[in-house]
Ligand binder design. Structure first.
Ligand SMILES: CC(C)(COP(=O)(O)OP(=O)(O)OC[C@H]1O[C@@H](n2cnc3c(N)ncnc32)[C@H](O)[C@@H]1OP(=O)(O)O)[C@@H](O)C(=O)NCCC(=O)NCCS
Length: 333
């Protein structure tokens, strides 16, 4: 049997830079109230959301990704040409093929970087980060760009009281590269496909094409079931990720959970018994739920406002449609 040379990777990986893009248009709750019977007070008290951003025609999935990525690449202090792989997590890019990652890799000026899309809902960033870490450690890419990007406004039924106020648009990106010490902990991740009906697209695209339905497909969810699952099961997953990284809550500086609902965030903070010293991301208030983009967007904002700083130890956890989840402890760039 011929001997195959092993690939040459790095002992560890880290997040080297982060960038975000929020669409120009800010949509306050008042706009949502034009199509559903609700109130600003109800939306704020049940979800924490005051406003969200909706993309215009120019703010495509690729355009928002390129903006966020440019900032992440500059923040990492590398050039686009050094990127070996581009991973895009999205559920709202409406062209099945080719992957939008290839267009982004080209327009950013990478040198033929490997590029592909993944579909892992609101856990998409954690899934992408885990793949990126693997690539750097294994040696198939020196630097990996991980992008979470959504235009969920296009997948929102504005007449559905249960979801009309929840979703927003935006892109967040990080560059993952070699590290001299561990800076991305073990990922605790998984899927619970027996609950796949709790968050889903209303009907397949083909039903719309074939005239089975006249309403464009949208995301629908069983709010309470998802809420309960998130509150009870995801706090356990978050704790497992802390344990796997060997980090106690007292050693934690920052908590960046998926920005789905501020009451879920509050509940997790309580269950995990996070000390007051831990900075908690509450980007949901002005960004809404941007699915795969929510964690990198929240991370970028905490660093930009000075609420978190480079070198801080952060617990990140994403969870959503699938149902899927991914949690890990990272050192902030
Ligand atoms: C969507 C969500 C905010 C709804 O909050 P909730 O407290 O569960 O609300 P419920 O669906 O139980 O409804 C409670 C009441 O408010 C009413 N209601 C529902 N939507 C409403 C709205 N937009 N405005 C005003 N009232 C509303 C309901 O009719 C119900 O009234 P009733 O008690 O008279 O029957 C919440 O379930 C949630 O955030 N779920 C998880 C969302 C999530 O994380 N999704 C993504 C994961 S990736």
């Amino acid at each position: 049997m011929a001997k195959i040379k092993p690939s040459k990777g790095h002992p560890y990986a880290r997040i080297l830079g982060v960038g975000g893009y929020r669409p120009v248009r800010v949509v306050p709750n008042e706009v949502i109230l034009e199509t559903i019977d609700s109130s600003d007070e109800w939306i704020r008290s049940r979800s924490g959301i005051e406003s969200r951003h909706w993309a215009n025609d120019e703010e495509t999935v690729a355009a928002m990704s390129i903006e966020a990525s440019g900032k992440a690449i500059a923040d990492a202090g590398i050039s686009a040409g050094q990127i070996g792989a581009v991973v895009v997590s999205t559920v709202s890019h409406f062209k099945q093929t080719p992957a939008v990652a290839t267009e982004i890799a080209d327009r950013l000026g990478t040198h033929k970087a490997a590029a592909f899309d993944i579909s892992a809902g609101c856990a998409g960033f954690g899934y992408g980060l885990t793949l990126a870490k693997g690539m750097v450690v294994e040696g198939s890419a020196e630097y990996v760009l991980v992008i979470g990007v959504e235009r969920l406004s296009e997948l929102t039924d504005l007449e559905d009281r249960a979801t009309a106020f929840l979703f927003g648009d935006g892109a967040g990106a990080v560059v993952v590269g070699p590290s001299a010490e561990p800076a991305i902990g073990p990922t605790v991740w998984g899927s619970e496909g027996d609950k796949s009906d709790t968050i889903k697209q209303t009907v397949p695209w083909t039903d719309y094409r074939d005239g089975v339905v006249t309403r464009f497909p949208a995301i629908t969810q069983e709010g309470q079931a998802v809420f309960r699952w998130a509150v009870f099961e995801m706090a356990k997953v978050a704790k497992e990720a802390l344990d796997a990284a060997g980090i106690t809550v007292d050693e934690l500086d920052v908590f960046i959970p998926h920005q789905a609902n501020e009451r879920i965030i509050d509940s997790m903070v309580k269950t995990l018994k996070l000390p007051e010293s831990v900075t908690v991301a509450r980007d949901v208030r002005t960004t809404g739920n941007t699915s795969a983009a929510s964690i990198p967007l929240a991370m970028e904002r905490l660093l930009a406002t000075g609420e978190a700083k480079s070198g801080d130890t952060a617990l990140v956890i994403g969870f959503g449609a699938g149902l899927v989840y991914a949690a890990t402890v990272v050192t902030l760039p």
